[in-house]
Design a protein around this ligand. Sequence first.
Ligand code: CA
Ligand code: CA
Ligand code: CA
Length: 643
Amino acid sequence: IGTALDIERCDLNIKGNHSNHHTDLFGQECLVVRRGQPFSIVLHLSSSSKEFKVGKTNFVFDVETGPLPRRESDTKVTFSPQASDTEWSASAATDASGRTVTVSISSSPKAPIGIYTLTLDQLGQKTSLGQFTLLFNAWCPDDAVYMKSEEKRKEYVLAQHGLIYRGSHKRIKGKPWNFGQFEPGILDICLKILDNNPKFVSDADKDVSSRRDPIYVTRALSAMINSNDDRGVLVGEWAEFSDGTHPGLWMGSGEILRQWAESGPVHYGQCWVFAAVACTVFRALGIPCRVVTNFGSAHDTNANLVIERFFDENGDRISRDDSICENFHVWVDSWMTRPDLGSKFDGWQTSDPTPQETSDGVFCCGPASLCAIKEGEVGLKYDTPFIFAEVNADVEDLVQLSTGQFVTFSESTKSVGHFISTKAVGANERHDITHQYKYPEGSKEEREVYERAQNRNMLLKRREKPGLYLKIKLAENMIVGSSFEVYALLTNNCMDTRNCKLIFYARAVSYNGKIGDLCGFSSDNLEVPSGEERRLSLKLEYQRYEPAITSDLLIQVSAITIDKETVDFQKAEKTIVLDEPDIGIKVRTCSLSCRVGSVGANEAAKASIEFKPTVAGSSVLLVNFDSDKLKNIKNFTDVVVEK
Ligand SMILES: [Ca+2]
Ligand SMILES: [Ca+2]
Ligand SMILES: [Ca+2]
C-alpha cells in the first residue's frame, strides 16, 4: 500500500468539462464528453497517502466500454502519463500540497462512442474512478463528423427545436418539432437503441467496436428507428390509427423515445416522425443532422430509376408498385467523411429511416452521399439508387391494351423531386437545398447525370464488382465449310475510362487439348469509358482454318486484354465445336441422288445411284458421307417402297 496513491475521492469535474465539450445541456448527473478532446478529473488523496510526484509516481488508466471490452477491438484501452501507444493519453499535475492531482485525459478521435468506465491501475491495485459517456465531436478536426462552422454546429448538433416542412409544394408549411436531445434520460435511451440493434445482439464485440464509425452508426440507426425486423422505435402506419397515437399528434421526439424505453415499439409513425426521431438520436450522439423534406418524392420499387405507372384502357391504375408521393417525403442528412468512397463524397449523407424497401434484407436506407446522388454515382454505398430515384427518377405512364401489350402514353423527366427543404441555420426559415441533390431540371447536366446513373445502375444490377470484364460471344451458325465471325466483348465496370489493348485469336485444337496452328488473329487498342462496352470481331475464314483443324472440328478462341496503366490483365477462352453441314437427300420414286465427289468450300456436288428395292413398304434410306476433312456425316430420309 505504501507505494500506491490512496484516492479519497475522484471529482469528474462535470461542470467544467461540460462547458468545454458543449455538453452542458445534458445536465450534471453524469459526465458526457466528446472524443478527441481532453477532459480533466481531480484526484483527492487521503492524508495518509503517499505524495504524488510528477513524472515519478507510476499509474496507469484503463477505460472500457461495452459488455466485452477488448484491446483488439479498441473497446479497452490502457494509457498512462508516462507512456501511451494508443491515441488516448493522459497528463497529470499536482498542487503545492501534493494532495490533489489534476489529470487531463485525451480520448482518441476514433474511439467507439458509448458509456466508458474509468479505472486507475497502480501496479495491479485498481481503483474505480467513475464512468463517462463519450460522443462524436463535430468540434474536433480529427473526428469524422467534424464541421467547421460554429453556426452550423449550433444548429445541427445543439439545436433542440426545429421546423419540419410538410404540406404540398404549393403550400409548404414548416411545423415546429421538439427534438429534445438534451432532455434527461434521452442520451441513455439513444445508446439503448444501439444496444437493441440485431448486430449488437449477434456480435456485441464487433458492434460496439464499430461504433467508432459514424457511417456504421447511421446505417444501424436507419434500421432501428423503424420497428420492422427488430425492436426499433416506431411502428409505421398509414391508414388505421385507433389503437395508437395518430402520427400527426406528436410534437416532439422525447415522448416517443421515453415510451419506447418503457414499453417497446411505439404506435404510430410516418415519414416525418421517423426522420425527426432519427435527428434527435443523431444530435444526441454528436453527429450533425438535419431533417429534409422532398416534394414530389418518388418510390422506385424495382430500382430501375424509372417510376412506371401502369393503367388499363379505362385509365385505372393496374399496378401500384412504383409511386410518386403526391405531397412530400421526409428523411435525414447527417454529416461525416466517407473514407470508404473518397473525400469527394464527404459531407452530407442521406439516410431514410421510414420503412420502404429492404437493403441487405433489412428495412434501412443509407447513408448515401449527397455528392454521389447529385452526380449520379449510384454504384456507391449505401442505397444510392433508391435515394437518387426519390429525388430524380424519370416517370413513364403505360397503358395495357386488350392485346396485353403495354404502350407508353406519357413520359416526364421533371415530375420528381422539388423544393427539397430544411430549416435554415440559425433562423426559422426554409432553406431550399434542391441544388445539393440535383442539377436544375431542364439543364444539360441533369440529363447527363441521369444517363450516368442509369449506366451505373445497370452495372450494379449485374452484381458485378468493379473491374474490367472480358467475354467471348460466338456466332449462331458455325458450320465447317463456312466463314463466320466471333466477338470479344470488353466491359468497363470501373469508375474511370480505361485504355486497353485487346488481342483476339483462334487456334485449332484437338479433343485431347493439343493446340494446333493459328487460324485467325485480330487486335486493337480500345478506349472504354466507365460503364460501357466495346467489341472486337475476329473473322474465321474457311480457307484459313480448313488446313489447320483436325477431324475433331474444334477451334479454340482466346481473348486477352491488358490495361497498361493499371496492369489489369484479363483473359477469356472458348472452344468452338464446328457443326457439320446438312447433307441433303432427295428421293424421287425409286431413284435417288446424293452429294458426293470432290467438294470445295461452298460448293455442291451431285451423284446419282440406281438400285432396286427388294421389300415393299416403309423404310429408311441412310446416307453416310465421308471425305478427307469431314468424316462420317450421316443423314437419313423416310421412304415408302410401293409394290
Ligand atoms: Ca427496424
Ligand atoms: Ca421502377
Ligand atoms: Ca429529373
